[in-house]
Design a protein around this ligand. Structure first.
Ligand code: GDP
Length: 396
């Protein structure tokens, strides 16, 4: 968010507080969060029927095919319409299931126009074998309009399973060979520097899915990167760490927001606003790390690890529960440092002249410390849950 808009929010919050309108101040804080989560990211997924598009769309969104929000898999008929599948937690991120370019309803030369290509940030072209004429033709059309595309060679687990039976099987060499063949095939058809990623939608933590994410992250405009990151399933510790860093980078601004609220000399008001702010932010952390109850249930279903086994490794009392002011206050009270600071903050407000700047500083520190504490707790829980899913030692 640009600085101008940020300052406007601070002003609006201050004004609401000066008018003794705490509800409006809290609503403004909420609006500020929502704005940050509203950057649209539209990902087009295309490929022939049966190539594994729907399974990929579901896996990317952390959904299994039994989920009511799932893209239907194993459809015999070609899906002839463009179907949006919003991310269950970040509806600003949508994966679009596009019909194969060869289907009669969408002839090759009209394809991009018919699917309204302008709205897509990039295209993912999926194939479960070598890429065919339709795939490279589409790539050439996408290249012409100056958009990015990436090839996903799907069902790589199947290939490995078949190859494993061979006497001199070597996984690394087999993967390298499949990739080389895909790239060579596309080059032969005139696709410049094709980017090919080997993926199993059943095991996103293996093979090239993480490379696909890293490439997308690098090639997306800066303001869209966070939208992609937050919507990413927690496939490895690195993603969890990146999410943590992205949240951490915002803490300074949030603490300033809180300090702005404290600068208004109305006794007893700042803590209420701070707590509302903390409730909002902590809820965002929980969703971002996939620790809310619906995400945990989804993870349990898609990973096959019973929910109770996931719950066992969660240490903080924040996951899989509704975050309320009472819960936040209770946790703050348990943390001596923050509790002392909060008491001091309220007291300092009564000191004439000195009171306002002192309260400002303390509120900044309180919010800063509290958010860091909650963020660390939740990132550690997310790590333990991931390790449990991957069958690793869960002590962080
Ligand atoms: P779509 O028609 O392109 O949407 O293809 P689907 O997603 O319906 O997948 C077709 C079949 O391939 C289904 O039986 C899927 O379970 C299977 N499939 C999809 N992705 C993978 C994968 O990564 N590995 C394996 N082994 N099977 C997959």
């Amino acid at each position: 968010m640009d600085n101008q808009l940020y300052s406007e929010f601070i002003e609006a919050i201050k004004e609401a507080l000066q008018n003794n309108n705490q509800a409006l101040a809290v609503a403004k804080i909420q609006e500020y969060f929502d704005l940050q989560n509203n950057i649209p990211l539209n990902i087009a997924i295309t490929g022939e029927t049966g190539s594994g598009k729907s399974t990929f769309v579901n896996a990317f969104r952390g959904i299994d095919s039994e989920d009511e929000e799932a893209a239907p898999t194993d459809c015999v008929e070609t899906i002839s319409e463009v179907t949006p599948y919003p991310h269950p937690k970040y509806p600003n991120v949508t994966l679009w299931d596009l019909p194969g370019i060869g289907s009669t309803k969408f002839p090759a030369d009209k394809y991009l126009e018919l699917v309204e290509f302008e709205k897509f940030d990039f295209f993912i072209i999926i194939s479960d074998t070598r890429f065919r004429e339709n795939d490279w033709k589409l790539a050439q059309e996408i290249q012409k309009i100056g958009k990015k595309f990436y090839y996903v060679r799907s069902k790589i687990d199947n290939d490995l399973r078949h190859q494993r039976k061979k006497k001199d099987f070597n996984e690394e060499r087999t993967l390298a060979r499949i990739k080389k063949n895909c790239i060579q095939g596309l080059r032969d058809q005139g696709v410049n520097s094709p980017q090919v990623f080997l993926v199993s939608s059943f095991e996103l933590h293996l093979y090239d899915f993480h490379l696909l994410h890293e490439t997308l992250e690098r090639e997306l405009p800066a303001h869209k990167r966070n939208a992609l990151l937050l919507a990413m399933p927690n496939i490895n510790l690195e993603i969890i760490n990146k999410k943590k860093e992205a949240f951490q980078a915002k803490i300074k601004y949030l603490a300033t927001l809180s300090a702005a609220a404290a600068a208004v000399p109305v006794p007893g008001l700042s803590v209420g606003v701070d707590v509302a702010l903390l409730v909002g932010v902590v809820t965002k952390y929980i969703v971002g790390f996939g620790l809310d109850s619906s995400s945990l249930k989804r993870l349990s279903r898609s990973s096959g690890v019973p929910l109770k086994d996931l719950m066992v490794v969660i240490v903080s009392p924040l996951a899989a529960t509704e975050i309320t002011s009472d819960l936040i206050l209770k946790l703050l009270a348990q943390c001596v440092n923050t509790a002392t600071l909060m008491a001091a903050e309220e007291g300092s407000r009564y000191i004439p002249i000195l009171g306002i700047p002192a309260a400002m500083g303390l509120s900044f520190v309180t919010t800063y410390e509290a958010l860091n504490m909650f963020l660390n707790m939740l990132a550690e829980d997310a790590e333990r849950v991931l390790k449990r899913v991957l069958g690793l030692n869960t002590s962080v």
